[in-house]
Design a protein around this ligand. Structure first.
Ligand SMILES: [Zn+2]
Ligand SMILES: [Zn+2]
Length: 280
C-alpha cells in the first residue's frame, strides 16, 4: 500500500511540474515567437525581419538580426538598359569604309565608326556628328590637374566632326554616374561635385568638360578620299577627379534639343542617337 502511494505522489509531482512551472521566457525574435527555454511553449508570433533598402553596394539585410534578405541592386545604367560603351572600345579613327552619298542629304560621308545626332536650330533634321577618341589616361596629377589624396584624374580627349558645317548643331556634353542616376550630383556648383563610391561619399571630385569654342576646319582624317573632305571639327576634353578606382563616370554626347525638365533623368530624355561612354 505504501508503495502505491509513493508512486502516486511521484506521478503527481511529475504532472505538476509539466503544467504549472514558471516559464522562463525568451523574448520573440525575427523568426521565433516568445518561447519558454525550459518547456518550449510559445506565445504570440515571430516578429518578422526588418529589411533595409538594398543599394548597389549592399544587399538588403535585416536591421535587427543582420540576415541577408536579397541581392545588391544592379548599377543604374544596367537597371535602365542604357547601352554604354566602354572607353576601351571607342574607335580611334573616324571612318571605316568607302565614301558614300546619303540620298536624304547633300553630304558625302564614309562608313562611320561612331555616329550620333545633335540638334539643329534651323531645320527639323538632326545634324550628324562623328566621334573618335584621341587619348585616355588615368593620372595622379599634372600642371593643370591638381592632386588630392585618395583621388585620381581620368582624362579623355575626343574629337568630333560635323559634315554639316552650315546648319549649326546643338551638341550637349554632360556626365552621369553609371551606378546611380538619381543620386548623381549634377548641381551647378562650379566644377566640384560629390561621388558615392562603394557606399562612401567623396566630396573632393572635380569635373571639367571643355568644348573648343573656335571652329576648327582642320581635317582630322588622314589618307585617301577622306582627306579631301572638309569637316568642321571640335576637340572635346573631359577630365574627372574621382576616388581612386572609381569607374562610374559616363560621358554623354547628346542632342541638346532633348533637354531635362525638372525631375527628369537621363532615361527620360535620352534618344537612340545618344552616345554614352564609360571611363572604366
Ligand atoms: Zn515553460
Ligand atoms: Zn531579422
Amino acid at each position: 500500500m505504501k508503495k502505491v502511494f509513493a508512486l502516486l505522489l511521484i506521478l503527481s509531482l511529475v504532472f505538476l511540474s509539466g503544467c504549472g512551472h514558471e516559464h522562463t521566457w525568451q523574448e520573440a525574435t525575427c523568426t521565433q515567437p516568445r518561447t519558454c527555454t525550459d518547456c518550449g511553449e510559445t506565445e504570440g508570433e515571430a516578429l518578422g525581419h526588418s529589411p533595409t533598402e538594398a543599394t548597389v553596394w549592399e544587399p538588403s539585410v535585416c536591421s535587427v538580426c543582420g540576415e541577408v534578405m536579397g541581392e545588391k541592386l544592379a548599377p543604374a545604367f544596367e537597371r535602365h538598359n542604357i547601352e554604354v560603351m566602354d572607353i576601351a572600345d571607342v574607335p580611334t579613327e573616324f571612318f571605316d569604309g568607302a565614301p558614300t552619298q546619303n540620298p536624304e542629304t547633300r553630304y558625302l560621308y564614309m562608313e562611320p565608326l561612331l555616329m550620333f545626332y545633335t540638334g539643329n536650330n534651323s531645320r527639323k533634321a538632326g545634324v550628324p556628328g562623328y566621334l573618335c577618341l584621341m587619348d585616355y589616361s588615368i593620372i595622379e596629377s599634372d600642371e593643370n590637374h591638381e592632386a588630392l589624396e585618395g583621388y585620381e584624374w581620368r582624362i579623355a580627349n575626343f574629337k568630333v566632326i560635323f559634315p554639316d558645317m552650315s546648319s549649326g548643331y546643338q551638341l550637349a556634353i554632360s556626365d552621369e554616374d553609371y551606378y546611380d542616376i538619381e543620386g548623381h550630383d549634377d548641381s551647378a556648383q562650379g566644377s566640384h561635385y560629390t561621388v558615392t563610391w562603394q557606399g562612401e561619399s567623396y566630396d573632393g571630385c572635380v569635373r571639367i568638360i571643355n568644348f573648343s569654342s573656335e571652329p576648327d576646319y582642320t581635317v582630322p582624317v588622314t589618307g585617301g578620299f577622306a582627306s579631301n573632305l572638309i569637316f568642321l571639327s571640335k576637340g572635346v576634353t573631359v577630365a574627372f577627379r574621382v576616388p581612386v578606382g572609381y569607374d562610374g563616370s559616363v560621358v554623354c554626347f547628346r542632342n541638346s534639343m532633348y533637354s531635362f525638365e525638372p525631375g527628369q533623368y537621363i532615361y527620360d530624355v535620352m534618344t537612340p542617337d545618344d552616345i554614352f561612354i564609360r571611363l572604366t
